[in-house]
Write a protein that binds this ligand. Structure first.
Ligand code: PLP
Length: 465
């Protein structure tokens, strides 16, 4: 490890240079997979050691030319953020100290750092931190999967010991057609089966209609199945729609099912006084998913699962004695016994340090600034002849154009043309009953109004061909 300082200084210089140049870099990869593979085959047969001083710039160069730059100010993509310095520093510290978060007694400082910031975020959701539990996960998909398993443990007698076959009737969950597909994946891999996700078509405004949710729960029961979970989304992935949480909470309570709110991206709204009313009712959920690696500008992966039923979480994930794990600290749950993972890095330090470095006011300003840019983008697109296809207070704009509506060209073709140009990145999405739209989300604190102008220009030119 001698000479580490020189290597770290090189690393810091590299990151600094990347940040200085990011605005000028193409958003999309310049190297093809075949070119990357060729370069790796040529340089790395692993027969001789390569000095870090040589390795680092070469790998950095591959990353520079071989990925979609999600931290670019004109990446209008899939909730992947630019990252704050505090998050980068935190990941460096975590790599160096390598704390083991499986057992609390192995990393009390790690567990307390995570607990401290999770309690703060839980309180912002309206949860009582003294009567709730929260954990970091690899991402939103793991958080949703965990919520599904906790709800099964809580609502299906015998599930923890004997699995789904213990259930007197087939357990099913109800979710909107706009809900994230991670629920279908979770149902598929946990033994419920994908068909256990009973899909309710979203309403015209892309939200889940509480009457339709209630009707679906009752129809399932009438057909001999046992609904145990209702999934609501606060900020859908395709269109940023926020389901009517208070009414869905009432449906869940009256129908006796668990309510999970997936706020993977939209959870950040809880940090803005202006936007928080849109999340009203989230505090009534049994569990909530929120990704710090989306709107909180924290490096991937930093999912979070908040739950109001600590005992259910413990039942879902603990095994009793294991024979080799270190003893626990009284009153402090061991992460390996309350989450899906076992050996685990200190995921939450980048969240702790980013929240601490920005402070409450800084977090709110970041969320509000991106929200205002979303409004600005809607105005500019409207002025340029586009039609806005979604209604949301969040900075996610789905839009179309008379030519797209005729399929000449298609939304996917336009997105591909914009991406190939390298000046901006947007995607296409299918929303509602099969409407194809262009989708632009503000995900970077680096984005300015001038970047929006570039996007509108690029899309307008791509439509013409
Ligand atoms: C992104 C997203 C997920 C999945 O989260 P990952 O962090 O990608 O695993 C789940 N739900 C919603 C609503 C999302 O937007």
């Amino acid at each position: 490890m001698r000479g580490m300082r020189a290597e770290l200084e090189r690393l810091i210089a590299e990151i600094d240079r990347f940040h200085e140049e990011i605005r000028e870099l193409p958003v999309t990869p310049r190297l093809s997979s075949a070119e990357i593979r060729g370069r790796l085959a040529e340089r790395y047969d692993f027969t001789r050691p390569v000095q870090l001083g040589e390795l680092l710039p070469d790998v950095a160069d591959l990353l520079r030319s071989g990925i979609v730059h999600v931290t670019h100010p004109r990446y209008f993509g899939l909730f992947n953020p630019s990252v704050m310095e505090a998050g980068i520093a935190a990941d460096g510290l975590v790599a160096a100290y390598n704390p083991q978060l499986a057992a609390a007694s192995h990393a009390p400082a790690g567990v307390e750092l995570e607990r401290h910031v999770l309690r703060f975020l839980a309180s912002r959701l309206g949860f009582d931190p003294d009567n709730a539990t929260a954990s970091f996960t690899s991402g939103g998909a793991e958080a949703n999967h965990s919520a599904l398993v906790v709800a099964l443990a809580a609502r299906v007698p015998g599930f923890v010991e004997d699995g789904v076959r213990a259930a007197p009737a087939p357990p099913v969950l109800v979710a909107s057609s706009e809900a994230h597909d991670s629920f279908r994946k979770a149902a598929q891999v946990c033994g419920l089966g994908r068909e256990a996700v009973r899909v309710v078509p979203a309403a015209e405004d892309l939200t889940l209609d509480p009457r339709a949710a209630r009707a679906a729960l009752r129809a399932e029961r009438a057909d001999g199945r046992a609904p145990f979970l209702l999934v609501a989304t606060a900020g859908t992935t395709a269109a940023g729609a926020i389901d009517p949480l208070p009414a869905l909470a009432e449906v869940a309570r009256e129908e006796g099912v668990w309510l999970h709110v997936d706020a993977a991206w939209g959870g950040a709204v809880a940090l803005s006084r202006r936007l928080r009313p849109h999340l009203a009712g989230i505090e009534l959920a049994d569990s909530v998913t929120w990704d710090a690696h989306k709107w909180l500008s924290v490096p991937m992966g930093a999912g979070m699962l908040f739950c109001r039923h600590e005992e259910a979480v413990r039942r879902a994930f603990s095994l009793g004695e294991t024979g080799y794990m270190p003893g626990s600290i009284a009153g402090l749950p061991d992460p390996y016994a309350t989450t899906m993972q076992w050996s685990r890095r200190l995921i939450g330090l980048k969240v702790f340090m980013t929240v601490a470095a920005l402070g409450e006011a800084g977090l709110e300003a970041m969320v509000d600034a991106m929200t205002e840019l979303g409004e600005e983008l809607r105005r500019r697109l409207g002025a340029a002849g586009f039609r806005i296809a979604n209604r949301t207070p969040l900075p996610l704009v789905c839009f179309t154009h008379p030519r797209l509506e005729r399929g000449d060209p298609t939304a996917a073709e336009v997105a591909a043309r914009v991406q190939a140009g390298g000046r901006a990145w947007i995607s296409s999405a299918r929303i509602g009953r099969g409407t194809d739209v262009l989708r632009a989300c503000i995900t970077s604190f680096r984005t300015t109004a001038a970047d929006l102008e570039v996007l509108v220009d690029e899309v307008s030119r791509a439509i013409v061909g």
